[in-house]
Write a protein that binds this ligand. Sequence first.
Ligand SMILES: Nc1ncnc2c1ncn2[C@@H]1O[C@H](COP(=O)(O)OP(=O)(O)O)[C@@H](O)[C@H]1O
Ligand SMILES: [Mg+2]
Length: 192
Amino acid sequence: MLNGKGGVGRTTLTLNLAHCLQCTYPSSSVYVADLDVQGSSLAWARLAEETAFTVGVVKSRAQHDFHLFDTPPKLPENGLVPEADVYIIPTLLDAVSYVVFLKTMQLVRKKGLPHIIVANRFNSDRSEHRQRFAQLPPGALIVRDRAIFSSCYGYGETVFNRVGVRSSHAQQDIKAIARAVRGFDSRAWGDL
Ligand SMILES: Nc1ncnc2c1ncn2[C@@H]1O[C@H](COP(=O)(O)OP(=O)(O)O)[C@@H](O)[C@H]1O
Ligand SMILES: [Mg+2]
């Protein structure tokens, strides 16, 4: 996850995507590396009785099938981004977030990083959101503003711990990200 702005959903999307991958590929090892000094992913893991995947601080990707990085809210000053196969750029669609998103995209384009843009907390009732989403490059994904994402965090859960209509809509949003990630990976993934 990469974005210079805080509060855009890196932690939420990292944990939910990790759980999505673990549910879809139960025999694979999924690891979330919390690289943010605020330690929101680690704090989430402590809230959980047990987590479906591992959360830690290890950067080395060698040991796991899926290694997700929950990153801090700043762009690397030296322009050196952690190495990854694909970069997920979550952004909100308010004016302030959009400015930082454009800065993030400058870096992404300069480095030629393979990436997926996610418009997070999208609300189709808001013309501001609709207009800015239309300005995003084609292929940008949407994760809607859904209370279930924040309520799950407080219980050390993700939307993949829950059943019901609300959670299933939220799961679909996350699965779309997983499918997009699969498009960057030469390994055989099977159905999602
Ligand atoms: N799609 C969403 N719908 C509703 N709330 C969300 C969504 N994504 C994130 N949030 C909430 O927004 C806040 C910031 O999200 P977080 O994942 O901590 O961002 P970051 O890690 O980028 O700082 C949290 O309170 C989180 O619960
Ligand atoms: Mg965070």
